[in-house]
Design a protein around this ligand. Structure first.
Ligand code: IMP
Ligand code: MG
Length: 337
């Protein structure tokens, strides 16, 4: 820290929710700002025996002193946001930028038919049509919606002030590098860039203010919707390996493949990553379930991690060993400085 950006190096669903919730608790983040596209994301957080599936609020809500902001680049679904505020009892801590564009029923309807539904296989949450309308400069903003009035705040000002004061700030991206409109597998991608630079722009933080970019990978690769997935496994094989996952937002089956070193290397370049996280190490190596120190990982798991480091040339500082926010191996102190 102080300003850490968390983004995904594959196709989303690598565990940004888990990693950012852990970082908020461990580093006592003063401010967390949600970047990314909007409610097409589903970030899963497990804390104190409860599981939360968040689509709008920062995963840092688990740290109860953290201010929870949504940057102007992010699309807001007001009903979903209000529901999540209620669910997490975070009313006093939430701030939404007046310039966030707002998803309406017409965007959701357009996203559920035609080319977007049939060819791209989007999440159907209205984000693409809303961003299209934003580009046409006809979309409504959060400042036009009375039920959001109580939450409106200048998010870039709050985030930059916190950085000026030396506080810990988390910027939480969504989706993944290869779903980026610019760097992903066009046209099978989301409706804007989602790399670290875009995440900074979404919340109004300039590139010189960022200290760490943590790139999140999973021990294997998954993808939902259309588009290429190199070395894709049959669903039955994924099931056999324990890699068969169901998508958070859409309930669709996630397609699975082994860890992809080439994609990982390129993602490090595209995001300017300074560190990497690998989640679901316990799914690949069940003997590592719940392990919290590097020494206690199996030799096989260590070999895998060291191999990834060798290939991507940045330290792998965080290793997920279970769903709970605290089930993590944190090697940051040993690797940095
Ligand atoms: P859209 O972002 O809903 O327009 O969907 C475009 C593509 O990105 C589809 O293949 C979706 O399945 C995928 N996608 C969008 N958001 C996520 C996410 O948070 N995790 C995984 N895939 C996503
Ligand atoms: Mg997800």
């Amino acid at each position: 820290m102080p300003c850490t950006v968390v983004v995904c190096g594959f196709f989303g669903d690598t565990g940004k929710g888990k990693v950012t919730s852990y970082l908020s608790l461990k580093d006592k983040a003063a401010v967390a700002a949600r970047a990314g596209v909007g409610p097409n994301a589903g970030h899963t957080v497990v804390h104190e025996g409860n599981e939360y599936k968040l689509r709008m609020l920062p995963s840092a809500f688990v740290y109860d002193k953290c201010r929870l902001l949504i940057g102007p680049g992010v699309l807001v679904n007001p009903d979903l946001l209000l529901r999540e505020i209620k669910l997490t009892q975070s009313r006093r801590r939430v701030g939404v930028d007046p310039q966030c564009a707002v998803i309406g029923p017409e965007h959701i309807e357009a996203d559920k038919k035609g080319h977007l539904a049939k060819k791209i296989k989007t999440t159907g949450t209205g984000t693409g049509p809303c961003n299209a309308e934003r580009a046409l400069r006809t979309v409504k903003l959060a400042q036009d919606i009375p039920k959001l009035e109580a939450y409106l705040t200048d998010v870039p000002l709050e985030v930059n002030t916190a950085i000026d004061e030396g506080k810990n700030v988390l910027v939480e991206g969504t989706q993944g590098t290869y779903l980026s409109l610019f760097h992903g597998t066009y046209p099978y991608c989301t409706s804007k860039d989602v790399t670290a630079s875009a995440a900074c722009s979404d919340v109004g933080v300039g590139p010189t203010r960022v200290d760490e970019v943590i790139l999140v990978f999973k021990a294997y690769t998954t993808r939902v919707g259309g588009g290429p997935l190199p070395n894709e496994l049959a669903w039955e094989e994924a099931e056999k390996r324990g890699w068969a996952e169901i998508a958070t937002v859409t309930g669709r089956k996630r397609r699975a493949a082994p860890f992809n070193y080439e994609l990982a290397k390129r993602a490090v370049m595209l995001n300017g990553a300074t560190q990497a996280a690998i989640t679901k190490v316990d799914v690949m190596f069940p003997e590592c379930e719940g392990v919290k120190s590097y020494e206690k990982l199996s030799r096989q798991a260590k070999n895998f991690v060291e191999n990834v480091e060798q290939e991507i040339q940045v330290p792998v500082t965080l290793l997920g060993t279970g769903p709970d926010a605290w089930e993590i191996v944190d090697r940051r102190e040993k690797q940095i400085s």
